[in-house]
Design a binder for this molecule. Sequence first.
Ligand code: CP
Ligand code: NVA
Length: 302
Amino acid sequence: MSKRDFVILTDYDKQTLSSIVDRAIEMKGGAKPHRGEDKALAMIFTKPSTRTNVSFRMAMHRLGGTSMYLGQETLQLSRGETIGDTGKTLARYVDIIMIRTFDHQDVVDLAAGSSVPVINGLTDLCHPCQAMGDVMTLKESLDGSLEDAKLTYIGDGNNVCHSLIHAAGIFGFSLTVSAPEQFAPDSDVLKPMQDRNSNIVVDSDPVSAVQGADAIYTDVWVSMGDEDEADKRYEIFGDYQVNSELLSHAKDSCIVMHCLPANRGEELTDAVMDGEQSRVFEQAENRMHSQQAILEYLLGTI
Ligand code: CP
Ligand code: NVA
């Protein structure tokens, strides 16, 4: 079997991703994981993380393996060793590498040069593991089928939004993205997915965008690495808050999603985040189950 990486969702077809999501739901329900006792995961972080770090550690632990957190400051990466040389070295010790960093190309290069599977734990371009947990959350929360669902994303059209666009293109659900023009999703991400699924649309008006939505999703207005633009962003994103008023324009059964961490009072209100329709902590939990299934798949234990 050739080495598998998990760098971007578009590397995979619907059948493969669906079977990973279904396996995650099965394990959440109590199915025994396929053990990987002798397996080790190295996790490189050049950005902070709560969920990705802890959920991957616990997923690996539940598979019976081990994992290690490698913050950039603790690595020779901070003194100029290349990402490629770091990856080649780590591959001599461990069975799988996860990396969270800025430039997506670094992850592509790391995967190309590494003899062990590489997982993207978020780049400026996309966040595929987040979207896998989110598809799982959608499947669990919806009455009908995933294909018939409408998700509306409100806010910055960057990494998390990009992976949701990929997921909509692959899984076939409807997705409306409502972002200010300057922060619309990258057309290189959007166009090919619109060619696959004509129900992926952009609507800069949040009120019309949430009509008929089964789920509303938002993310921070200032992502990691965007801090220099914070003031400008607060001004532009002011009309894109997910609050009770906006939620009232969606279906009564509409759920609210956020990848977290949230900036309460900015992209969503306390009332919405803590309200009955919120599924944000289910999403956080599902990161662990879905990554357990991704690890099984990449390690070849399923
Ligand atoms: N959603 C997510 O990736 O959270 P962390 O930044 O805490 O890992
Ligand atoms: N868009 C956010 C997601 C955090 C999980 C960021 O990149 O900071």
